[in-house]
Design a protein around this ligand. Structure first.
Ligand code: FES
Length: 76
């Protein structure tokens, strides 16, 4: 059974994805994010990709706000 999540592309800012993420870096180390929301860079200028580090403000990134409703299928 699937579920739906809402991903927000903030006005002039990052993608906000609800929940925690577990990810593996280029060295093969696994990390788990903190907090209830993940901010993913969409400007391309973050020094901490794929995460937003606030650099979009310095480069005056401009993009509209968008809300995506995403259906997620369970793989279990
Ligand atoms: S969107 Fe924030 S650093 Fe790229």
């Amino acid at each position: 059974m699937g579920s739906k999540i809402e991903i927000k592309a903030r006005l002039n800012g990052p993608y906000l994805v609800p929940g925690q993420a577990t990810y593996t870096d280029a060295q093969g180390n696994t990390h788990t994010s903190e907090g209830k929301m993940i901010a993913l860079c969409r400007c391309g200028h973050s020094a901490n990709k794929p995460f937003c580090d606030g650099s979009h403000k310095k480069v005056e990134f401009q993009a509209p706000e968008v809300v995506l409703q995403v259906s997620v299928e369970s793989s279990e």
